[in-house]
Design a protein around this ligand. Sequence first.
Ligand code: IPM
Ligand code: MN
Length: 368
Amino acid sequence: MKRNLLILPGDGIGPEVMEQVVRIVDWFNNKKGFDFQVEQDLVGGAAYDSNGVPLSDETLEKAKRTDAVLLGAVGGPLYDQLDFSLKPERGLLKLRKELDLFANLRPAQCFDALTHFSSLRPEIISGLDIMIVREATSGIYFGEPRGIIESDSGGRVGINTNRYTTEEIRRVARSAFELARRRYNKVCSMEKANVMESGVLWREEVTNLHKEEYPDVELSHMYADAGAMELVRFPKQFDVIVTDNLFGDLLSDCAAMLTGSLGMLPSATLGKIKKSGLPYAMYEPVHGSAPDIAGKGIANPIACILSFAMALRYSFDLGNEAEILETAIESVLADGVRTADLMQEKNKAPATTNEMGNCIISKLNETL
Ligand code: IPM
Ligand code: MN
């Protein structure tokens, strides 16, 4: 059975970490008899450099046709001066919008070997397992009107609009409830219903859907500011958190850092189910392009490899294979192998990106 992957390494450390993912895909093909077909293309600044746009129509078409998109990272200081519409980030946002990838799943999980790595005390975060479901195709990222206009009284006005429809809220809330049923059965919905109408509607629609279809799931609501505070005070109270695009952007960075390193966290962004029975899907590490360390071969490839594990689980229904990969990573960490972002002992040399890849592959070989 052929399974198609479109790999978009992007900018900064994207290509370096993605190289390790390709090795893992090859391992599954060569050692486990899978038939993953990998195609690579450009996105972000890399696409701008060669095509003058951060995402070409041809790449977008490929993304629509493939089974799963794996994206590295986009952006970098070289592109700071570009017009808004040409910035690398627009490539990523266009993929989310055009593929209608409304449910952005961002797990914040703490590996046992890294509990001392968080800025919080180990007992606060050990065993942490949160899933943030962030709406990703609407809200203030895309709402109209938007822009910068001249104001009547002189000067300028910057405008963005937070807009959500019933359907947009319900479909992402449905994803959250479905996920909760397969986890610890709890959903906490976050908005600012105390100050925003879009928040009032969000809370009402989530409550209605819960009553109609998911009464067995425990539902709570929090204002997003209080939610941010609770995330750092007592994060283990949460199972699934569902929230809008902008709050989800902030809260997921906060949750990610609870675990000590952004270099560890994967994400999946899922849309509607296609005729093939698979969802439109894109997988990417939560970390960015990290221009300060790009090209040095020292970036942590784990978040990107774990994103491929999420692809195995959500796009290909290969939960066992995902687990094999996750266990291999866990045991490499338990052995004390660390890339520079995870180093505390200054007397040991950190593993390079490629060495981390080697270690993970050796662990995989031990399972054969
Ligand atoms: C993220 C990023 C993106 C976002 C940027 C790069 C457009 O911060 O995936 O969280 O704001 O959504
Ligand atoms: Mn972000």
